[in-house]
Design a protein around this ligand. Sequence first.
Ligand SMILES: [Zn+2]
Length: 400
Amino acid sequence: MKNEEKNLSPAEEPELIKNVGSLQELLRRASGMSAVSETELEDAGIAENIPFPFLALVDQTEMKLALLLSLVNPNLGGVLLVGPRGTGKTTAVRSLIDLLPKTKRSLCFYGCLEEDVEAGGMDAVCPDCAEKFGHGEPLSRLEKVRLVELPLNSTMEDVVGGLDPRAEVHDRMRLKRGILSRADRNLLYVDEVNMLTDQVVDAILDAAAQGQYTVRRGAMSATYRSDFTLIGSMNPEEGRLRPQIMDRFGLRVIVEGLKEKADRLNAYQRSRAYQENKRAFWGRYWEETRLLRDEIQACRDGLNEVELPDQAAQKGLELIEALEIDSLRAEITLFESARAYAIADSRKEVTLEDVRAVAPMALRLRQSPFIEDYLHDQNSETELVLDTLDGLITGSGGGE
Ligand SMILES: [Zn+2]
């Protein structure tokens, strides 16, 4: 967006532009912000894709928190949003466009990075990049993370790539990059993930697990870097998701419609204001959006310093054991999201409270009985996770 400086007069400045203590604080304050119905900004009439501001989404705290944590820590395994149509899942994901942090991006077709040489020597990059590296030239630059969407009707060819009929004779270059390769170091959003073919879903999940994938077409093959944060959404009324696919997602959020009448009215008013003049509505939130984006970047940069003390780790492991969850991904998501939660609160050490804050998102829908009928059991499963942990903390052996 080009108009980084917005033109609101001081009287119209939203009230919450004050010192921001943390990402969580900003999120809490901004979500309660009331909609203003008039504005002096003109609709420029340009058919740009202006996202609905993330901070203008009413309530849906857990969904927003999960999405923010996934921006802060790409290693927590992504997010799955489960809920009926019209609950704002896609709007929320697209609103992340204004919040995306920067990341190192390769300048090369094959995605070679300096760290590949550091980890695997010159053979780990293509010959061109090996030569560049030898001359001390950069292989990458800092670039904004992008939101890449995988359309529902995508074919395997679209997803992994294939033969490029227009390409020249250079063998490897005759292969065309697919969506998965373009998703490298980006966010990959897959709406209606439960409606994709098994073949496509398997390709996505394999790439997500390995951080790369190989395409073979006859005598040709190419390996592409494909290290992305996966965000999926699904309407459970339209079909189930295989448990092994469900398992690959890190955080799981049950998205429900707004319950409070005041929230529903607020959401309606904001949606109307957005439709009437998207640029103006977007501009009203820009200052806070920019603060939140900077906060996310700072959290991401500081994440490496966040420690997981033994006590918090032990309780987390006990919780997973007590809930009889087998998947090893449960620990990764629980601890990585707790680390992101801690840095979002400007702390360098994970506490039990951090573990508690993320445990329902990290652990729900990981027990097979609940996967079968989660629409009915979503609340009881959240309670079970929290009660079990509370029992473990107070030593009363809950969850037995
Ligand atoms: Zn290269």
